[in-house]
Design a binder for this molecule. Sequence first.
Ligand SMILES: Cc1cc2nc3c(=O)[nH]c(=O)nc-3n(C[C@H](O)[C@H](O)[C@H](O)COP(=O)(O)OP(=O)(O)OC[C@H]3O[C@@H](n4cnc5c(N)ncnc54)[C@H](O)[C@@H]3O)c2cc1C
Length: 850
Amino acid sequence: MKSQARVVVIGGGVVGCSVLYHLARAGWTDVMLIERSELTSGSTWHAAGGFHTLNGDKDVAKLQAYTISLYKELEELSGQSCSLHLVGGVMMADTPERMDFLRQAKATGRYLGMDTELITPSEAKAMFPLMDETNFVGALWDPVEGHLDPSGTTHAYAKSAQKLGAEIVLRNRVIELNSQADGSWEVVTEQGTVKAEHVVNAAGLWAREVGHMVGVNLPVLAMEHMYLLTEDMPEVIEFNQETGRELVHVIDFKGEIYTRQERQGMLIGTYEKQCKPWSPLHTPWDFGHELLEPDLDRIADSLATGFKHFPAYEHTGIKQTINGPFTFAPDGNPLMGPVRGLTNYWTACAVMAGFSQGGGVGLALANWMIDGDPGYDVWGMDVARYGKYTTARYTNAKVREFYSRRFSIRFPNEELPAARPHMTTPLYDRMLAQNAVMGDSWGLETPLWFAPSKDEAHDIVSFHRSNDFEHIGREVRAVRNSVGVTEIANFAKYKISGSGAEAFLNRLMCNRLPKTGRVILTPMLNENGKLIGDFTITRTDKDCFMVWGSSQAQIYHMRWFEQHLPADGSVLIHNYDQLLVGLSIAGPNSRQLLQVLCDEDVSGEAFKFMDHREMEVAGSPCRVNRLTFTGDLGYEIWMEPAYQIKIYDAIMQAGKAFDIVNFGMRALLSMRLEKNFPSWFAELRPIYGPFEAGLNLFVKLDKQDFIGCDVAQKEYENGPGLRRISLIIDADDADVMGNEPIWAQVGDKEFSHITKPHGFGPSRLGTDGKEIKQQPELCDRDGNWRVVGWVTSGGYAHYVDLSMAQGYIPAELVNDESEGLFEVEILGKRYSARITIEAPFDPEGARMRG
Ligand SMILES: Cc1cc2nc3c(=O)[nH]c(=O)nc-3n(C[C@H](O)[C@H](O)[C@H](O)COP(=O)(O)OP(=O)(O)OC[C@H]3O[C@@H](n4cnc5c(N)ncnc54)[C@H](O)[C@@H]3O)c2cc1C
């Protein structure tokens, strides 16, 4: 074993081998993988080997498609077969709601270029005659699904990496990791010590323990998982002989079952409700190639449904039951990327579907390590999407919830209950007493909407407009006509101070910094000129700034801030998290209301739009910004938690004179829609440039000293390829949820940006990870209408009474002639839509500036 390497990858499962291969392929050949035992000694060896492209997160789906496209290349390079069976698969819906889910999945897949098809139960039965089709109402067919040999595939990655110069060391456990002053690592192993510039935690079942070696608690938990292998079945043999084909894969939502052909019998796996974590606190180092004790009682309910839906299974013998552990993060997606607070320590773990995701994780991580950027929108997999709130017990509850709902529908208005309430503000009980329906915002209970009675205070989950619709409308109208109050604790809040603070923020932010007492909005870009943040900043003193951003991106942003801190200690960053909470009052009477609550002049002349003040509100020390996301006259009031109840009660008391209402996040989002305001994680993501997103006002190119400035300058000079638009849609009983395709009547006109950045599918993303310039099949039958873009978010704009969406289309389509040109596909039906350049509510901004 050599004593020095540029990278040490810890773990020889499918993920570690993929990382090693991708690093070597990109030219970093001085890399080594260290494996405790033999390759595949964690979850990998007993996996069922299934792969598919669909994923609830479209960006993860894209990398899944890449993974599948890679296998042929690996086979050729390594000479090792992966035993690929690309047989296709059907997802079976047993209720109209599940059909809505499939329609939505198909619509999302459409702009990603996925070739899926909605089919009838009879058509599904023709592909899979073992089912009783009368249990189902429809299905979605995806040709890019199949299975492979897990061990062969892992060795194909490993051999390919070795051919490119990578080293693999077996039967050698990494025992200790010591960080060095120069940012490198001392990797202490059973066979000696290796000095490495970077380490990658790809330790799968032991990822948590390898995190502990450097003081990091990764939110990852292993679950027991069972699948059964049947004896040979005459029905299977007959089908194979008659058609010359294998049976397709099937996912049965109702039974939480997946099933596929294995040799001449069947494989049946379940994600049972009575699921069981494995080694929830410590993973034993001596766990090897052994299986866990099967427990068929636990999966009895799922099997009972399975026997009903696939009657042939009931009288077939079970040859073998596999029970093995594998790991999950709370949302079931991988944890990858650099870990905040550590230099050159990377994770590639919690990969629940290694054979769908392993290639994509390896590619994005290698890009990130080599180029400083993953090259894709990997937010859905970024280890920084979780914070310290993901404690071991929280993770345990959320992972169990995820596992038991693996094939369940998540409705767009559905809040999941596990591990809640976790974090609450002082107002929690008051909100519940007023019939608030609460949502989970990065672990924090946040009011979504207010029901008229206790009995009505719950969401009826649906893809269509639901029971909250009229109540959100009432909240919005009350704000716009008088005044409302809402909690805004679910923002990130930072204080950035010190003699270097101004220079530091100037380098990171696109906008000019404010004078003391003024507020600015500003995007933040990465070196590629893409959006990685969107902040509100005020200067409270010469060398002191308050910064507000997305709470979900707190760790993501802290990681970036800390990476760019000057070494001289001249900048201090304090993240308040829940040590600072907030209330927002908004609406035409909000100024009068604030005036009652304080003793200083808050008239329009004295306290202007985008002013910031440190002042007493209801006799409590606060910071107040004169702006709100409602786009109305309004104020954000920030206070320490100890004062929140007092201030809220005073607002409600004084607000009686104005018929004040509580409003929740959903009303806030409805109001921002009618103002055409974009929001972080929907319209603003690291795949868009600032001019594509329409943030021109906030990017001061003449500053010339901020990160990403050169690329932004080019985007400005060449004109953005895409443009963010707002659409008004002639929808009926359902509004967009996000990710719907936008159609346009454009004939065969070519657009360079249609498939960017969402080109999808094995034929869309080449094995070198680069986009293939080939249009996916996005035309409808007459060829006149084409999918030209995608919806990023939307819903109902209640005050202006319009169904609205935001999304991206090629810039050349945004012009005066685009009237009547567009349609948006919602739940399988296309509705006409028109661009609205002006915000439907108060386009001049007179209300917020007044
Ligand atoms: C029953 C079952 C069925 C499954 N079916 C599928 C399926 O159909 N499709 C699919 O995509 N996925 C499936 N999976 C999940 C799949 O197995 C995982 O996604 C995948 O194996 C994760 O790979 P990994 O490399 O991250 O982790 P692991 O396979 O756990 O590999 C981690 C490796 O790191 C090594 N290691 C750990 N700590 C150290 C250390 N300190 N020093 C040196 N080496 C160390 C371990 O020995 C191990 O070899 C299934 C899993 C199970 C249990």
